[in-house]
Write a protein that binds this ligand. Structure first.
Ligand code: WQD
Length: 332
């Protein structure tokens, strides 16, 4: 039995791969290495492949047969909301087109289990702060739309072949399970603030007039290692007969404001930060928090690590990267 992990060289994928390798599961990584890195796959074999390539499905069938693949965790995708608004066609091609090729291969190779990387972005800006999986999906950007379409595609495929699938709707992922596997890109609050700190710049806070206790946006921050564990729980769940397709929120149910996150970064780093407040960012809901009841009950998964642990691990990974880059610079 082998698990094929697409995007296994990326930030979240590398954590999933390491957990699988650590528990003795055979893994093959498929990644185009556009944002991921070869040294992040914990020794698993890596097949370099662009999933949007016209021959991608053929290549995947071949890889599945050579490695005796019986399950897929599909994480390979583009994930920048702002970029998706500027390049919608490209996002559909990457995320929807890429998934179509993967599902083509799933049908042809007779893969039975599938875990899909979805997002809280499928909810858009809902009229309540705490959302469970029954809340209407109404994405407000192409990125979220590609994830919702991905869920529909999967659901449809499970209706026509023996595939069983789970879609995991990630909330705000941050931190690092190991310092060398930290998020290499500064695209979300924690990494953006750390990145700015390094350049001697103040953190920017989008909006201080939300209807929240301190006026700043509230989110549900989930440790990337907890998130990775959710993928393994989903994979195990799919071993048993069950519904063809199911969706689960992956969040803690706990919430934190932007100022609370910045406060934790001050604690972890020992540095004082003076936030700069600017206008709200377009499309930002005041609060978005997971109701994790379903995943707690059905997968037996819960987010075990709290915000201080999320931020402290992100800080350690940040320091690790700075030291490594400095050492590389000194050698050059
Ligand atoms: C968090 C909070 C910002 C940066 C996005 C995607 C979502 C999911 C997770 C993948 C918000 C505030 C941020 C900054 C700030 N991704 N902020 N200053 O927007 O909640 O969710 O990532 O699936 O789909 O939309 O995450 O980290 O950008 O923002 O004040 O410099 O921090 O306004 O309240 P977001 P984020």
């Amino acid at each position: 039995m082998t698990v094929l992990v697409t995007g296994g060289a990326g930030y979240i994928g590398a954590h999933v791969v390491r957990l699988l390798v650590e528990r003795g599961t055979r893994v093959v990584v498929v990644d185009d290495v556009s944002t991921g890195a070869r040294d992040r796959v914990s020794g698993a074999p890596l097949e370099a492949l662009d999933l949007t390539d016209v021959r991608a499905a053929d290549r995947l069938v071949d890889i599945a047969e050579r490695h005796d693949v019986d399950a897929i965790i599909h994480l390979a995708a583009k994930k920048q909301v702002g970029e998706s608004m500027l390049r919608p066609t490209w996002y559909y091609r990457q995320n929807v087109g890429g998934l179509a090729n993967v599902l083509d291969a799933v049908e042809r190779a007779g893969i039975e289990r599938f875990v899909f990387s979805s997002s809280a972005a499928v909810y858009g800006a809902p009229d309540r702060a705490v959302v469970d999986e029954t809340v209407d999906t109404a994405p407000i950007n192409p990125y979220g739309e590609t994830k919702l379409i991905g869920e529909w595609m999967l659901r449809d495929v499970t209706r026509v072949c023996g595939l069983r699938a789970v879609s995991l709707r990630y909330f705000n992922v941050a931190g690092a399970g190991w310092p060398e596997l930290g998020d290499p890109k500064a695209l979300n609050l924690v990494t953006i603030v750390l990145d700015r700190m390094e350049r001697g710049e103040r953190p920017i806070v989008f909006g201080r007039d939300f209807d929240t206790p301190d006026g700043t946006g509230i989110r549900d921050y989930v440790h990337v290692l907890d998130l990775a564990e959710a993928h393994l729980a989903a994979l195990d769940h799919l071993r048993h007969d069950g519904p063809g397709f199911d969706v689960f929120n992956v969040g803690t149910g706990a919430s934190a404001s932007v100022l609370e996150v910045i406060g934790q970064i001050e604690l972890a780093s020992g540095r004082r930060l003076q936030a700069e407040f600017v206008e709200r960012r377009e499309g930002d809901p005041a609060a978005l928090i997971a109701d994790p009841t379903r995943i707690n009950a059905e997968l037996g998964w819960r987010g075990r690590r709290n915000l201080p642990e999320v931020v402290a691990s992100a800080w350690q990974a940040h320091r690790y990267r700075i030291d490594r880059d400095r050492a590389a610079g000194a050698r050059a």
